[in-house]
Design a protein around this ligand. Structure first.
Ligand code: PEP
Ligand code: MN
Length: 300
C-alpha cells in the first residue's frame, strides 16, 4: 500500500492493509464477499408485500444475485412518508430467504432493534444517516453479523474509516464499506457517485468495498453505467434497487430498475467482470505469497 495512505489514515490503522492482512474475506452462507466472486445484492428499497418481495427475490436470484436487499425499517426524510413494515417486513424477508436461498441484507436504525433484526438478517445495513451513530455501531458489532456500513452523505473517506475502525474495535472484523454517493453542489442527480473513493478504499483498506449506484444516481437510467464504473474501479460487489413495478414503488421508485432493466445491467457487466478476473487472481496469489513468506520469516 502507498505509504501516503498510512499517514493520511493513521487514526484508523486496523482497517488499513498490512503485510499480514491484504484483503478481508467475509463468509456469508456458502459464498464469500471480498474474494474472487463479484457479489450482487439486489431488491426493493422497501419491503412492501410478500408477492413483491418473493417475485423480486426469485428474479434477481435467476439473474445472478446472491443477496436480497429490502428495508423493513426505513429512514425517511419526511415523518409522513412510509416508515417501513417493521417486524412484518422482517418476516417477509425470512420467507423470501427460505424460498430463494438468497442471503438477506436489511437496515437497522436503532440499537434497540439490533437483536431483532439480527435474527432475520445475514448482514446488518447501517444507513447513510446512521454512519456516525456510535451506539448503533456498537450494538451492530456485538450482534456478530457482518455489517454493511454505508458512507454518510456528507462523510469524508476518513470519517467512514473511523466508523469502520469502531466496529472492528468493538470486536467485529466483518465490515463491508459501501460507497453510495455524497452531497455536492451538483443537483441534477440525487448524489454524486464517488468512484475515486472506491479506488482509494481498495488501495488503502483490506475491507471489501460495495458500490450502491442506485442511491448515488437517483435515476434508474444511470444505474447500469455506474455499476460498470464500480466494477472497473475495483468494487467487490453491488447493492442495487430492483422492483417489479418501479412506478408503483412505495419508496425510491425513480432509481429502481425493473426486472428487464436488472437483466440488462447484469448482462452488460459481463465483459467488465471478465476483465476483473485475471488481475484479481494474480493479486490474491501475490498477497498469499507475501503472507506465506512473512509467516515463514516469523517461524525462521
Ligand atoms: C437504502 O439502502 O434504501 C437507503 C436508505 O440507503 P442510504 O442509507 O444510503 O440512503
Ligand atoms: Mn432506497
Amino acid at each position: 500500500m502507498c505509504e501516503d495512505w498510512r499517514d493520511r489514515f493513521a487514526e484508523t490503522p486496523d482497517v488499513l492493509k498490512s503485510a499480514r492482512l491484504q484483503q478481508t474475506i467475509v463468509q456469508v452462507m456458502d459464498f464469500e464477499i471480498g474474494g474472487d466472486e463479484f457479489i450482487t445484492m439486489a431488491g426493493p428499497c422497501s419491503v412492501e408485500t410478500e408477492s413483491q418481495l418473493l417475485a423480486t427475490a426469485d428474479h434477481v436470484r435467476r439473474a445472478g444475485a446472491r443477496i436480497l436487499r429490502g428495508g423493513a425499517f426505513k429512514p425517511r426524510s419526511s415523518p409522513y412518508a412510509f416508515q417501513g413494515l417493521g417486524l412484518e417486513g422482517l418476516k417477509m424477508l425470512a420467507r423470501a430467504r427460505q424460498e430463494s436461498g438468497l442471503a438477506i441484507v436489511t437496515e437497522v436504525m436503532s440499537e434497540i432493534d439490533v437483536p431483532l433484526v439480527a435474527e432475520y438478517a445475514d448482514i446488518l445495513q447501517i444507513g447513510s444517516r446512521s454512519m456516525e451513530n456510535y451506539s448503533l455501531l456498537e450494538a451492530a458489532a456485538h450482534s456478530g453479523r457482518p455489517v454493511l456500513l454505508k458512507r454518510g452523505m456528507v462523510a469524508t473517506i476518513a470519517d467512514m474509516l473511523h466508523s469502520a475502525q469502531c466496529i472492528l474495535d468493538f470486536g467485529n472484523p466483518r465490515v463491508l464499506l459501501c460507497e453510495r454517493g455524497i452531497r455536492t453542489f451538483e443537483t441534477s442527480m440525487r448524489n454524486t457517485f464517488d468512484a475515486a473513493a472506491i479506488v482509494l478504499l481498495k488501495q488503502a483498506s483490506h475491507l471489501p468495498v460495495i458500490a450502491d449506484p442506485s442511491h448515488a444516481a437517483g435515476h434508474r437510467n444511470l444505474v447500469p453505467p455506474l455499476a460498470r464504473i464500480a466494477v472497473a474501479a475495483g468494487a467487490d460487489g453491488l447493492l442495487v434497487e430492483v422492483h417489479p413495478h418501479p412506478d408503483k414503488a412505495w419508496s425510491d421508485g425513480e432509481q429502481s430498475l425493473d426486472f428487464a432493466g436488472f437483466d440488462g445491467m447484469m448482462a452488460d457487466l459481463g465483459p467488465y467482470l471478465a476483465l476483473r478476473e485475471r488481475p484479481r487472481r494474480e493479486r490474491v496469489q501475490s498477497w498469499r505469497e507475501t503472507v506465506e513468506s512473512c509467516s515463514m520469516e516469523a517461524v525462521g
